[in-house]
Design a protein around this ligand. Structure first.
Ligand code: PLP
Length: 365
């Protein structure tokens, strides 16, 4: 699905030198590399503050902690996403309110969010699934209308852009109150271990986020709020500093691979190829087909026999997960997510796919 070794070989000198520098200076935690990476990423995104943390899940948790939500407050998230999005809501004693997604973009819609709002709703966590932005213009309008916080789950979409109808262009994760991303190795900007970050343009929130991520501590050993321990280590920051200059190029290569797949498969009645929503670019963290005229699981097995990996993201929507069973939700409540769970198939997608590999994958399909 990914080829991180070949990608590394092309930037080996910069990565190795960065890691060696961290070892030589022994600044393993909170070193200059972390600060430098936060600054560079903020510049790249055009956002005021970037706070690096331990992983994307922590970023989502810290974001919700910084908003001062109380147990029982409702947070709206899509049911078709990775579990982390709702997990942190549940862990904090907040109530996840799940909503269905759009069949074409597979992202949550402003309409579904608005229908789920109650007097207890406090925040929306849209997920920019597979690398394209959800309908942020519509979602931000709903948030303004009902005075709700917006925390973008941009764990799969870093580097993608969104154009508002007034022409303003914003980077994914910089449109809501807070954006969260993950630097898990296979993500579009991946490190060599775990990592994550929060983005915000709000000075006060940025300060709260820094304090919460550091044990709720502003003055050493004075703990004014309950926090967590979540930090990016300097070796990961060194890797990310080496890779950030290539992020746009990496995304272009992914987009070219996606265009190859789509050109080859768009007239094939067995598949629906990805549809890019209004106003957004697609960073193609995943290239995800909907299998509508073929048995998805048979096809996946056939591909595996030919040495072509293909993955199912996600086979069970959150409302049907055992840990999230709730009297509010039953099988059949979110028909689009349930249909997608049966149809989706993600093909190999990474920065090292060459034409020969792409041709072979399409041939096997
Ligand atoms: C990867 C991912 C996360 C979690 O990131 P980690 O760094 O693995 O904790 C959260 N949400 C989505 C949509 C993701 O894809």
């Amino acid at each position: 699905m990914v080829d991180l070794c070949s990608q590394y070989l092309k930037i080996k000198d910069a990565v190795d030198a960065g890691i060696q520098e961290v070892i030589d200076t022994a600044q393993f935690v909170k070193g200059g590399k972390v600060k430098e990476f936060e600054t560079r990423l903020a510049e790249y995104l055009g956002v005021k503050h970037v706070v690096a943390v331990g992983n994307g899940t922590d970023a989502l948790q810290i974001a919700l902690m910084s908003l001062g939500l109380k147990p029982g407050d409702e947070v709206i998230t899509p049911t078709f996403t990775f579990i982390a999005t709702a997990e942190v809501v549940a862990l904090l004693g907040l109530t996840p309110v799940l909503v269905d997604v759009d069949y074409d973009t597979m992202c949550v819609t402003a309409e579904a969010i608005e229908r789920a709002i109650t007097p207890r709703t406090k925040a929306i966590v849209p997920v920019h699934l597979f690398g394209q932005n959800a309908d942020m213009e519509g979602i931000l309008a709903v948030a303004r209308k009902y005075n709700l916080f917006v925390v973008e789950d941009a764990c799969q979409s870093i580097g993608s852009k969104y154009t508002f109808s007034d022409g303003r262009v914003a980077a994914s994760g910089t449109m809501g109150d807070i954006g969260c991303t993950s630097f898990f190795p296979s993500k579009n900007l991946g490190c060599y271990g775990d990592g994550g970050a929060l983005f915000t343009n709000d000075d006060e929130l940025a300060q709260k986020i820094r304090v919460i991520a550091n044990h709720g501590m502003e003055v050493r050993y004075h703990h004014d709020v309950v926090g967590v321990n979540s930090r990016l280590d300097s070796i990961q920051a060194a890797v990310l500093l080496a890779k950030l200059p290539y992020l746009d190029e990496y995304i272009e290569v992914r987009q070219e691979a996606a265009a190859y797949y789509t050109a080859a498969l768009k007239d094939d009645v067995r598949f629906l190829t990805p549809i890019v929503g209004r106003g957004t670019t697609h960073a193609f963290h995943q290239y995800t087909l909907r299998c509508v005229g073929v048995d998805r699981d048979d096809l996946r097995e056939h591909l595996a026999e030919k040495g072509v990996p293909a993955m199912i993201y996600y086979s069970i929507p959150l409302h049907l997960q055992k840990a999230y069973q709730d009297v509010r939700y039953q099988d059949g409540d979110f028909p689009v997510a349930e249909q997608l769970a049966k149809e989706v198939l993600s093909l190999p997608m990474h920065t090292e796919l060459d034409e020969e590999q792409l041709r072979y994958i399409v041939e096997c399909l």
